[in-house]
Design a protein around this ligand. Structure first.
Ligand code: NAD
Length: 478
């Protein structure tokens, strides 16, 4: 089975664009070149903008039930193509094939959920102040959407934006990551093959900063939706400001994972390790600061280290492997920098701490204790398989630490005490809180951060709302 044919989708047509420039796509497990990705010239981006304008005029006029039919058909095609899409996702991103299959199931789940939910973009009737008036609050699609997404979930990052926009009646221009293009292209093919009108979905690639400046510099897109790092999110928000586009920013975090001494420590360690090393830690909601109450600290460390050591790392295409490589060599350097900095400042490295082998960008699951706040890893998002574990005294202590950083995406707490659980969820600065489990991301629940982790939700009714605007219409004498 071949890797995806890499093309852009512009105004209903698959194309290599007009720039003549290409970028190589690598398999991070083998370092082999697996494809050549065409990059857009400014003229191609202008065609995508014009396509999105025309596509919006067609798509917004469809009934919600007509839109649902196309989304449902696309989801069925994803089901048929699941194995091929999962395989390509693993080839280009490196995550294990089991994780890629789960990701494709999530992609279908999001598509089906929005397909249904598009029918519920309800407005309301407000009792009038003026006799004989009829006051209507109407929900409309916000307009063409510009979206940019990172490489860590080549399918989920894309579909949360595409399905939300389409269900609301918007068109979209999306620039997926140049490092993981095939999954996005395969998703777009499902929508095109399901009968999507031309121009409703446009998929482009290029030099990220050039593309985002060009697309966001145009007044045509009315909304920016971005998933990626905090600095890039802040930069894109500035670009969107000139034309006052609405924004949804799903950015990074530094998730506290709190274990109180009344918790089931074995269960907490098992959940923590599975969640930490999923996708080699390259997940925005990955737990990154393990905070364990003093009495159970050593038991937790023992259980967690045992689990980390047992993870079989290797090419994700091999079903036997449970953790794949990092996306690119630059990320290996970042991991090494975090580990060296922590070790120099007195951290104890229990396992890992280094690159594995010399082919493929693998970094070992790494656990460190005796960590202190002057270490970079305690303040900068590692975005890799590194787990620093610290201890704490009481609930005030741990809430202060959890809220010390400007981020606020995911947070987790393990305790059997209802009062403690409530206190943590009330006081913690985070958009997502998992108590005694880590299942904080589903198609039907809102997903998003607060503070410097961004704002706006994807998923849930809030995810649809993000692509709608409100119009007030008051009528008399009709
Ligand atoms: P990066 O910030 O260079 O890139 C992240 C993504 O943003 C890439 O896909 C890239 O193509 C895109 N991007 C970069 N500049 C852009 C621009 N000007 N316009 C549009 N898109 C642009 O970081 P990286 O080294 O690839 O990844 C590591 C960092 O990214 C980590 O700090 C992590 O927090 C963050 N990240 C976050 C998420 C998330 O889900 N929130 C996902 C991936 C990466």
């Amino acid at each position: 089975m071949a890797y995806e044919n890499l093309e852009m989708l512009i105004d209903g047509g698959w194309t290599n664009g007009t720039s003549g420039s290409v970028e190589q796509v690598f398999n991070p497990a083998t370092e082999e070149v697996i494809g050549e990705l065409p990059l857009a010239a400014p003229a191609d981006l202008d065609r995508a903008l014009e396509g999105a304008r025309k596509g919006f005029e067609v798509w917004r006029r469809k009934t919600a039930v007509e839109r649902q039919a196309v989304l449902e058909k696309a989801a069925s095609l994803m089901q048929e193509r699941r194995e091929e899409m999962a395989r390509n996702c693993t080839l280009e991103m490196g995550k294990t094939i089991a994780e890629s299959r789960m990701e494709m199931d999530f992609v279908m789940g999001v598509t089906r959920w929005y397909a249904e939910e598009g029918k519920r973009a309800y407005g309301r009737l407000v009792p009038p102040r003026f006799p004989g008036a009829r006051q209507m609050v109407v929900k409309e699609p916000v307009g063409p959407v510009a979206a940019f997404v990172a490489w860590n979930f080549p399918g989920v990052n894309v579909i949360r934006k595409v399905a939300g926009a389409l269900a609301a009646g918007c068109s979209i221009i999306i620039k997926p990551s140049e490092e993981t293009p095939a999954t996005a292209i395969a998703i777009a093919r499902c929508f095109q093959d399901a009968g999507m009108p031309d121009g409703v979905i446009n998929v482009v690639f290029g030099v990220p900063d050039d593309v985002s400046r060009h697309v966001l510099g145009s007044p045509l897109p009315k909304k920016l939706s971005f998933t990626g790092s905090v600095p890039v999110g802040a930069h894109l928000q500035k670009l969107a400001a000139d034309t006052l586009k609405r924004c949804t920013l799903e950015l990074g975090g530094h998730a506290p994972f709190i274990v109180f001494d009344d918790a089931d420590v074995e269960a907490a360690a098992a959940a923590a390790a599975a969640h930490k090393f999923r996708n080699a830690g390259q997940v925005c909601i990955s737990p990154t600061r393990f905070l364990v109450q003093k009495k159970v600290h050593d038991d937790f460390v023992d259980a967690f280290v045992a689990k980390a050591k047992s993870i079989k790392v290797g090419d994700g295409s091999d079903e036997a492997n449970k953790m794949g490589p990092l996306i690119a060599p630059r990320r290996l350097e970042v991991m090494q920098r975090f580990v060296s900095d922590a070790a120099e400042k007195g951290a104890e490295i229990h396992c890992g701490g280094e690159r594995l082998g010399n082919q493929g960008w693998f970094f070992a699951p790494t656990v460190m204790t005796n960590v202190s706040l002057d270490m970079a890893i305690m303040s900068e998002e590692p975005f890799g398989p590194l787990a620093p574990i610290a201890s704490f005294d009481d609930v005030d202590d741990v809430i202060d630490e959890a809220n010390r950083l400007p981020f606020g995406l995911a947070s987790y707490a393990f305790t059997k005490d209802g009062g403690t659980a409530r206190e943590v969820s009330d006081r913690i600065e985070a958009g997502l809180v998992g108590i005694n489990h880590v299942g904080i991301s589903t198609p039907e629940t809102p997903f998003g951060g607060v503070n410097e982790s961004g704002y706006g939700s994807e998923g849930g009714i809030e995810g649809l709302e993000a692509f709608l605007r409100t119009k007030f219409v008051t009528e008399m004498g009709v």
